[in-house]
Design a protein around this ligand. Structure first.
Ligand code: TNX
Length: 488
């Protein structure tokens, strides 16, 4: 029986070369040139391969005397793009090549997925040649750490999973009515007074600037960058609870632990509001090495259009003044936007005209359709966790959709990518998060990475069925969708 090749997302080019397979043995060693930017990647490779193979893997800086080599190398001769990579596996050696360290991470996780346990317990990698690159530059996962806090260790597990499926953007929804989760030095009361709450009276928490830097660094090594979101001018009860000067009465609002949306708001005509926006976005931008900061902008149900537009302009100006580009939820498309602004599409029930106009004016569309990519939706009526406002999302629903034709009239070139979202009104801990993410995150990842002619449901179904063994080995919770014949 030929070895199964169960790489997810499906690579652009994958050929069986007919050589003898690479056998993973106690001698298997990662070899890399001793350059500072590559040593960290080599250590990551040794760790990831060690944990999937159950063998300790060493790192060396020369091939001499090594018999079963996993060779990491930066090369120029690859299709364009920072994340393109090549994997060539045969008896005795695997070559992992890319133009950048981020590309090498994509090669390493691919090798990890290629390892199969043959009868007798032999670990082997089929002899293949893979050349691969992403369809979209932005392949994200948004996590709501406001409704329920997600600790740094738990977030690292999620980042590892993202990296395993070649996702590259972690969008953190850091603020909402129920809690403020990032310490902002210029406004210390936000976390002092508004971080201990969560939905349903569950415990809260927040990230210190050091925690945030730790998350950013952990992601960076794994090819995942962080986009922080401070949601304004709605979803702000945590802010108005901490700073009464943001309310017309001057009195702080009560803490909120329910799950209604749309009731809280800032006020453009209060003197404290402008400085709040400027200082908060400046501080958040300063903590963010990535290009983008998200200003929220969703579900502002009690504000006139003019005042809303004033807020979007002020928040955007603060982000740009701090040297970052702006992302906002789809509602910002109703206001004038600078070219290059990213509009995150989520509610598929609305008129597409504003998105077409925004795209014509130079905005980029990020696709997070609630009915496909909202991984907090229930799988079916029997799912205990999750919400249902956008419908039920079984694995095939998360897989079978095409980003470039999702919004009629938006040109394909205006679509910057795809982002899954995980809102946490009902999700309280890591196993609950993982049950909603697995297996659907892998489906959305393939939508984002693989070109449409390489994608098909039956192929995906067959490949993903092989992944549960690793999820089990790593102790990750997952949902055994009845749409797949799982191999465990
Ligand atoms: C809509 S999507 C929201 C969130 C909720 C989510 C629940 C978006 C921009 N706003 O406030 O948590 O639905 O699925």
């Amino acid at each position: 029986m030929p070895d199964v090749i169960a790489v997810v997302p499906q690579p652009a080019v994958l050929d069986r070369t007919g050589d003898a397979p690479f056998l993973f043995t106690d001698a298997t060693t990662v070899v890399v040139d001793g350059r500072p930017d590559l040593i960290g990647i080599a250590v990551l490779a040794a760790d990831l391969l060690g944990r999937v193979s159950g063998r300790a893997v060493e790192v060396r800086y020369a091939e001499a005397g090594v018999s079963d080599i996993v060779r990491l190398r930066l090369v120029e001769s690859l299709p364009a793009g920072d994340e393109a990579y090549r994997v060539v596996a045969r008896n005795g050696r695997v070559d992992l090549e890319a133009r950048t360290p981020a590309g090498l991470v994509r090669a390493i996780v691919t090798l990890r997925q290629l390892i199969v346990t043959a009868p007798g317990g032999v670990l082997r990698v089929p002899a293949v040649r893979i050349e691969d690159w992403p369809r979209y530059a932005w392949r994200g996962l948004s996590i709501d750490v406001a409704r329920h806090f997600v600790t740094v260790p738990d977030l690292k597990v999620v980042i590892g999973l993202m990296s395993h499926y070649k996702l590259n953007v972690l969008h953190l929804h850091l603020t909402d009515d129920q809690g403020w989760r990032l310490h902002v030095p210029s406004r210390p009361l936000l976390t002092r007074l508004s971080s201990s709450t969560s939905v349903g009276g569950d415990p809260g928490g927040f990230y210190s600037p050091e925690d945030f830097a730790d998350i950013v660094a952990y992601g960076a090594v794994r090819g995942v960058r962080v986009v922080p979101e401070v949601d304004v001018p709605g979803h702000v009860n945590a802010a108005t609870h901490a700073y009464g000067e943001l309310t017309p009465s001057g009195e702080p609002t009560e803490a909120y632990t329910g799950i209604e949306v749309g009731f809280s708001r800032l006020h453009a005509d209060l003197p404290a509001t402008g400085p709040f926006l400027t200082d908060v976005f400046a501080d958040v931008a300063a903590m963010t090495p990535g290009e983008y900061v998200h200003i929220g902008g969703d579900e502002v149900l009690t504000m006139e259009a003019d005042e809303y537009a004033t807020f979007v302009a002020a928040a955007s100006a603060a982000v740009r003044a701090a040297g970052k580009k702006v992302v906002g939820w789809q509602e910002i498309a109703h206001t004038p936007l600078e070219p290059g602004t990213v509009v995150q599409y989520w509610d598929t029930r609305v008129d597409p005209a504003p998105f077409v106009e925004a795209a014509q004016a130079g905005a980029l569309l990020l696709m997070s359709p609630g009915s496909k990519a909202y991984l907090d939706m229930k799988y079916d009526a029997s799912t205990e966790l999750g919400l249902e406002w956008a419908g039920h999302i079984e694995l095939r629903d998360a897989y079978d959709w095409e980003p470039s034709t999702l919004i009629e009239g938006v040109p394909a070139a205006s679509v910057i990518g795809v982002e899954a979202a995980l809102w946490t009104e009902t999700l309280r801990n890591l196993p609950e998060l993982l049950q909603m993410l697995l297996p659907r995150l892998a489906a959305v990842a393939e939508v984002a990475w693989s070109s449409p002619e390489r994608r098909d449901w039956d192929g995906f179904r067959g490949r993903i069925s092989q992944h549960a063994a690793l999820w089990d080995r790593l102790g990750l919770a997952w949902y055994p969708s009845p749409q797949v014949d799982w191999t465990r």
